[in-house]
Design a protein around this ligand. Sequence first.
Ligand SMILES: *Cc1c(COP(=O)(O)O)cnc(C)c1O
Length: 375
Amino acid sequence: MDIRSLAIHGGANGDPYTGAVTVPIYQTSTYAQKSIGQHKGFEYSRTGNPTREVLEKLIAELEEGYRGFAFGSGMAAISSVLMLLKSGDHILVSDDVYGGTFRVIDKVFKNFDLEYDFINTSDIAKVRDSIKDNTKMIYIETPTNPLMKLTSIHAIAEIAKEKGILTVVDNTFATPYLQRPITQGADIVLHSATKYLGGHSDLVAGLVVVNNEELGNRMHFIQNAVGAILGPFDSWLLIKGIRTLPIRMDRHCENAEQIVSWLSKQSWVKKIYYPGYNDSQDVLSSQMSKAGGMISFEVDSEATVEKVLSNLKVITLAESLGGIESLISVPAKMTHASIPEEIREKIGITNRLIRLSVGIEYVEDIIKDLDISLK
Ligand SMILES: *Cc1c(COP(=O)(O)O)cnc(C)c1O
């Protein structure tokens, strides 16, 4: 089945007991047993819940993986995946991963003696040279936030497989509609489903998909033992969001392409960051079907930043991304404020950089909001 149909029919459709077309919200903590251990597949909702199970099957099908898992946030999903490791293990991580990922590794897992290096994973030779005897995981994000750098999943997975290392991909920005890392050789793919998968800025959730039974058993053990699960109502809401993922992503991408084209003609726009725009076209076409709905651009002055952000009618100034509504932010002052200014300037996250999560509004209305000549 094509992913556009699978998004609508995947997981399971409806309810066998009543014929309801949508999956019910099984708001229960426990399940009756006929005799000890004799039950209908569910014992306790941390271990398994029918609503959550539909979501978990759905994301596994969309990512073409073996088994899916739902967590209470993207960070809960990421932390649970890191718990596959043990003290003394070493992990290689993309140097511009999501700030919360950096923080949980550098401030929490460090206390459990997890060893780590943050490196530029777009540089495959560098990745190869950075592998140590105790390296057990390579963790990448592609495209990255906010500079939209791409890493070849296939190239990383090839190096990792040779050495028995797990490849983990944070697929939040691309979603399975545009990129399916497991088909490129990754072992684990994860999401902040808070973003595009949920798609309506109305929930916080995380999803994980693994590519084989052994990893599935280990991940389920951690999910149940640690307990960072997603509740039935949010699972239901997330299923509802995912049902329209393909149609939303088409519009996000279409709008973003038109906005990139408009930005490229503005004299006050100095640099545009969009997957495949300046470089990495080969990587883009080898693993993504379209470039997505996230754009960053650098303008000529901080005064222009102020001007762009003034008088917004359609776009909202806010953190987060991936919802139907357009959101704009200044990473240096908001999401990435904890990085010292000299480092930010060096890597390109300047005070003049604006990040736009392109919504699915009528594109001319978004462009009018950005047009400083109208302000
Ligand atoms: C938001 C985000 C996360 C964290 O997810 P939460 O749902 O906020 O916990 C992880 N990775 C990326 C790429 C994100 O954008």
